[in-house]
Structure formats: C-alpha cells, structure tokens
Design a protein around this ligand. Structure first.
Ligand SMILES: [Zn+2]
Length: 161
C-alpha cells in the first residue's frame, strides 16, 4: 500500500531555529550536542552522536476536533535541514526502535504495535483496520512522537511529483 510519513513541517522547524522557542508554548528550545540518535523530526534522519547539534522543544502533533493530542519533547537539527517528503518509509528510521499507534475517529487510540516486522507490514496491518485513520510513529523506548503516517492518495502523489 502507499503511504506518506511526515515529521514536523519545514515552516515550523525553521521558526524554531529562528526564534529558539517552542511553538505554541514559548519556552526556550534547548541546544545541545546530540547524545542519542533521535531522529530529527524534520528530515527524519538520525543524529550523528557527538557531532551534530540539536534543538529540544515541546511539540504538539496536529490532530482533529475529536482528539486531544498530547504535547511532548522532540529534537530537530540545529542546522537547517529539509523536511522529509515523498512517499514510503524513510530509510533513516529503520534502525531505530519504533512503535506504531493507530489513531482515528472519536479520539480512538489503538494499542501500539512493536516488533521485528518490517515497517511496511506493520503500517499495512494497522490501516487494514478501517477505524485507524492515521498513525503515529513513536520511539519505542522513549515514547516520543516521531512522525504522522497517512494513506497516500494516488492523485496527491501525482500532483506533488
Ligand atoms: Zn534534520
């Protein structure tokens, strides 16, 4: 099946780099040398530990009227990077411990799925349940939000190339 994985938007990441503040909350974003692989929630690539600088901020994923989306801590590259685009699962995430959480109507949250199965099969299994409208990808150990996964509409992909 076709799907898209999206971290935080280019605009929001650039705003945090410019203001050094968490959007919507206003407290300072914390700059540090990467002590873990992350990943960066903008480009969805792991950090180079001990070499790359990153910004820690509070982020609340967009939801819908029926879902209360919990804010949480996320990291982005301190330097400029390009937000992940395109379809399919980002290769940069494959080595990380991942949990897939089904989200849908009326704030429904399905139990996270973890395990050794390839991301594509875990995503397909959750979307086979029609009640899961979108998925949240989380770090299976830290629990934090990494990205939102949606079914890809063929016409959208054609339009964006
Ligand atoms: Zn990045």
């Amino acid at each position: 099946m076709q799907f898209i994985v999206r971290g935080i938007s280019q605009e929001l990441a650039d705003e945090v780099r410019r203001t050094r503040r968490a959007p919507g909350y206003g407290h300072p974003a914390h700059l540090e040398l990467a002590s873990g692989t992350g990943p960066c929630r903008c480009c969805l690539e792991p950090f180079v530990v001990g070499q790359e600088e990153r910004l820690l901020l509070t982020y609340r994923p967009p939801g819908d009227a029926a879902s209360l989306m919990a804010p949480g801590p996320v990291f982005i590259h301190a330097r400029a990077c390009r937000a992940h685009a395109g379809e399919g699962f980002p290769d940069g995430l494959r080595e990380l411990p991942l949990a897939f959480e089904g989200r849908g109507a009326a704030g429904r949250v399905a139990a996270p799925v973890t395990g050794a199965a390839p991301p594509e099969s875990q995503i397909a299994r959750l979307f086979a349940d029609g009640a899961n409208e979108w998925l949240h990808l989380r770090h299976a150990e830290a629990g934090c939000f990494i990205a939102r996964i949606e079914r890809a509409a063929v016409f959208d992909l054609a339009a964006t190339g």
